[in-house]
Design a protein around this ligand. Structure first.
Ligand code: SF4
Length: 293
């Protein structure tokens, strides 16, 4: 028997569970249901729900729809999406994660209550990520997005700064950015920061540290577009250099795994448990093949 274990603390966070439950609930009613963007950054789960009838659309397609039902996924949306839905008589099934909605409200409040017109709202996040677009929308598109410290030239250090983070960015990266901005802010300007990183992701770091240390090989399962998947995979790789990123079971064959080793499987907050189970089954199958050779 191969020594393979799935990390029981990996897999969907409550925000994703809620969005998927809502989609399944609505689909069970038998009506047409659209979803604005992939419901989760995991191709197999998107496919599973598509087979149940969920139709994924982009923003351009959304703008042309009228009188239909559209699900908003956990990442949240900017105010313009709600305005358009209202105009086109679209019923929204809002599955935005409550953590993201709270962050949107904080950014909106900070923007509206800025002490000066030139106070800069800075968001530590990924350019073009759906959640970040929703956050920038709270500031009428004026927030400055920085993905890492190489983009600090976008910030004017002689003016006030309010720093927020996308929920899935790394806590270490955020703390480092806070230190850098504190040093760079010039006299006369003030710098305030808000740690808005979701603990559903950050709390997984200590768990992955322990899990990755206990294993010889880690198979990290995540969709390539998942932001928290990237953070958690990179962390696992740092702890255990024998960490491999895969998105589906087919990728296992090319890894050349030594099945005499202890193998751990873990994943992102967007990785379904059933996909990790498929990977475990594939590993067992490959191990049997190796023994027969
Ligand atoms: S990672 Fe956190 S903020 Fe994002 S969907 Fe999950 S619970 Fe919500």
């Amino acid at each position: 028997m191969t020594n393979i274990e799935i990390d029981d603390k990996s897999g969907f966070c409550f925000g994703v569970v809620k969005a998927i439950n809502k989609a399944e609930e609505e689909l069970a009613k038998g009506e047409t249901l659209y979803c604005l963007g992939d419901i989760v950054h995991n191709g197999q789960e998107v496919e599973r729900l598509a087979e149940m009838g969920l139709i994924t659309i982009n923003h351009e397609e959304f703008s042309k729809l009228h009188n239909v039902k559209v699900l908003l996924r956990a990442h949240g949306e900017p105010p313009s999406t709600y305005e358009l839905a209202n105009k086109n008589n679209i019923t929204l099934i809002d599955a935005s994660c409550p953590v993201v909605l709270k962050l949107q409200a904080r950014i909106k409040k900070s923007y509206e209550n800025s002490p000066t017109a030139d106070t800069q709202i800075v968001i530590f996040g990924h350019h073009g990520h759906a959640e970040v677009n929703g956050l920038v929308g709270q500031t009428k598109g004026t927030a400055i997005v920085i993905e890492d410290e190489s983009e600090l030239n976008k910030v004017d250090f002689s003016k006030n700064i309010r720093l927020f983070s996308q929920t899935t960015k790394s806590l270490n990266g955020f703390n480092h950015l806070v230190t850098t901005l504190s040093k760079k802010t010039k006299e006369g300007a003030d710098f305030e920061y808000f740690d808005t990183i979701c603990r559903q992701v950050a709390n997984r770091i200590p768990n992955i540290t322990t899990f990755a240390k206990q294993k010889d090989i880690i198979i990290f399962v995540s969709g390539k577009k998942s932001s928290n998947g990237k953070v958690l995979y990179e962390h696992s790789k740092k702890i255990n250099p024998n960490t491999f990123l895969v998105s589906d079971a087919e990728e296992i064959e090319s890894l050349n795994i030594d099945f005499s080793k202890k193998i751990g499987i873990c994943g992102a907050t967007s990785t379904p448990r059933w996909v990790m189970e498929n990977i475990a089954a594939k590993l067992n199958e490959e191990s049997l093949k190796q023994k027969q050779v």
